[in-house]
Design a protein around this ligand. Structure first.
Ligand SMILES: Cc1ncc(C[n+]2csc(CCOP(=O)(O)OP(=O)(O)O)c2C)c(N)n1
Ligand SMILES: [Mg+2]
Length: 543
């Protein structure tokens, strides 16, 4: 017999199959968190709810189960709101178990309108209403999160939590069938593909589970393959993989995409980031979007054909409808050009490095070849972010964690810790600016406490570089520049190893560490200012 509703909630979530939990425990979420733990759900105690929220988000993106964030009522939830907003905007299937004040506790210090707060950022507010409805309430929240792909905040009022509950078990929860595309839509798309000479596929988050099928259609129809940033790695190893489409694309890849006569977005919004505000779409290019969400079709740009369908189901149907194999864009010449200049790493750029500051591109190129390829890369936000995104190669779609839907600085370290728990077989590599590092620094304690190998690469320009470059050196940038901080020393204070990199040869310490990775390695890369990274100029056009 479960003794209380709080315990029932923990056991129900565990039985439904949630993965890992993260949080900061206070009196309001103590019992439910322990119930999760006692029913086999691992729990990472974080140092700040903001970090914990990013951990649950990062975990949920890369694991095959939803992650859980558990927070104290009121201030525990407000501290977590930025990470919850990122998750909600990214449609991360994740559960937030939030204690809430009792309905009658109108004068509680912790009282806020939790439903209103979370709804305002696009998360779904759910609630355990009573001991009698606890199973229904928890199952509804779980299904909305997992099958509806939403970030759900399940509020647990303290009085309801304490109520006695019967022994509970969840009913069978069966996933809905994928949306099958209309036959006519598949025929239409097959016709467009058969007529295309230079088709390019851009796969997004919605195609992350359809990689082999979409790639098979590309091979049959002669299409090049690219992804949005969040689906980075999906086609790694394919001869005609172009990597990330959009601001991070190499000059060659941008050129190839721009010359496409047909672009198909697979589970991809084709938004301003992925399409460079439309600059990657030629004037005569036909644009198609495949998505299982009606609201996504044509949301960011006009499309010539919108196909309502699950990516995998659509690719399978399309393969059956396509005539014989065509070379299309998959020519020997394109293969050779991609072989030479597919990545920024292979694209010559000036070395801006000085005696005491390293060029971020040089740093990223060396880091890429120094660290093991079996990695999961998590990227914070800022001017620097194009370097790790474009230069640190990832093995597949489970190797990249990109939390940019809210464009918040400070989520990289937390999401990297979550990603590390989702992929314990891989080396987690967190890339962050000095601003994002200092914002999230309390979770360095959590990273060290995990006791696992992890690399935190800090692109340290002693500035909120994005803002410096946005306003220009002519502006008064005193509010966004800082005295240099010794991040390697800070790291050592937390129990991590810290190295300072000023020149390429300083990375030899990283190479030594990488031979036998143990514990957390923080790299304080003193980078030279790049005058505003290549992708940033692009990004600011959208604001
Ligand atoms: C939470 C939050 N606060 C402020 C901003 C505005 N902002 C965008 S980039 C940036 C600077 C980040 O600095 P750093 O992490 O050092 O990266 P850099 O731009 O220097 O590469 C700031 C403050 C933001 N996006 N998110
Ligand atoms: Mg900076």
């Amino acid at each position: 017999m479960a003794a209380s509703v709080a315990e029932a909630v923990g056991s129900l979530l565990a039985e439904l199959g949630v993965g890992h939990a993260f949080g900061v425990v206070g009196s309001g979420n103590f019992v439910v968190t322990n119930a999760l733990r006692h029913h086999g759900v691992g729990f990472v105690p974080a140092r700040h709810e903001g970090g914990a929220a990013a951990m649950a988000d990062g975990y949920s993106r890369l694991a095959d189960r939803p992650g859980v964030l558990t927070v104290h009522q009121g201030c525990g939830l407000t501290n977590a709101m930025t990470g919850i907003t990122e998750a909600a905007k990214s449609r991360t299937p994740m559960l937030v178990v939030a204690a809430d004040t009792a309905g009658a506790a109108v004068n509680s210090n912790f009282r806020i309108d939790q439903d209103g707060l979370v709804s305002s950022v696009g998360a779904v507010a759910e609630r355990v209403h009573s001991a009698e409805s606890v199973v229904d309430d928890v199952v509804r929240a779980y299904r909305t999160a997992v099958h509806g792909r939403r970030t759900v905040v399940l509020n647990l009022p303290l009085d309801i939590q304490a109520a006695p509950a019967d022994d509970v078990a969840p009913p069978a929860v069966i996933a809905p069938a994928p949306v099958r595309p209309a036959h006519e839509a598949v025929e239409e798309l097959a016709g467009l593909l058969a007529a295309a000479r230079r088709p390019v596929f851009v796969a997004g988050r919605g195609a992350r589970t359809a990689g082999p099928e979409v790639a098979a259609v590309a091979r049959r129809s002669g299409a090049l393959l690219a992804t949005s940033a969040v689906a980075n790695g999906l086609f790694a190893g394919d001869e005609f993989d172009c990597g990330i489409s959009g601001g991070f694309a190499s000059p060659l890849v941008a050129e190839l995409i721009t010359e496409a006569d047909l672009i198909i977005g697979w589970g991809c919004a084709l938004n301003m980031w992925t399409m460079r505000h439309g600059a990657l779409i030629g004037p005569d290019t036909t644009v198609v979007q495949v998505d299982d969400d009606l609201a996504a079709l044509g949301r960011h740009r006009p499309v010539d054909l919108g196909v309502l369908g699950d990516c995998r189901a659509t690719a399978i149907d399309l393969l059956a409808a396509l005539p014989d194999q065509r070379d299309g864009y998959r020519t020997a010449a394109v293969s050779r050009r991609l072989g030479e200049r597919r990545w920024w790493n292979d694209t010559p750029t000036d070395d801006l490095g000085t005696v005491d500051r390293i060029d971020p591109r040089r740093f990223s190129t060396i880091l890429d070849r120094t660290l093991p390829a079996d990695r999961v890369v998590a990227v914070d936000s800022g001017n620097f972010m194009g370097y790790p995104s474009a230069y640190l190669r990832v093995p597949d779609e489970h190797g990249f964690c990109f939390t940019q839907a809210f464009q918040s600085v400070g989520l990289g370290l937390g999401s990297g810790i979550g990603a590390a728990l989702a992929r314990p077989d891989r080396l987690p590599v967190v890339a962050t600016g000095d601003g994002g590092f200092h914002m999230a620094v309390s979770e360095l304690d959590t990273a060290v406490r995990l006791g696992r190998p992890m690399v935190i690469a800090v692109y340290n320009d002693a500035a909120y570089g994005a803002e410096v470059h946005h306003f220009g050196v002519e502006a008064d940038v005193a509010a966004v520049t800082f005295p240099d901080s010794d991040i390697a020393a800070i790291a050592r204070g937390f129990g991590a190893a810290g190295v300072t990199v000023r020149r390429p040869e300083d990375l030899s310490t990283v190479a030594t560490w990488a031979e036998q990775p143990t514990g957390v390695l923080v790299i304080d890369a003193k980078i030279v200012s790049d005058g505003g990274s290549w992708w940033l100029a692009e990004a600011f056009r959208g604001h």
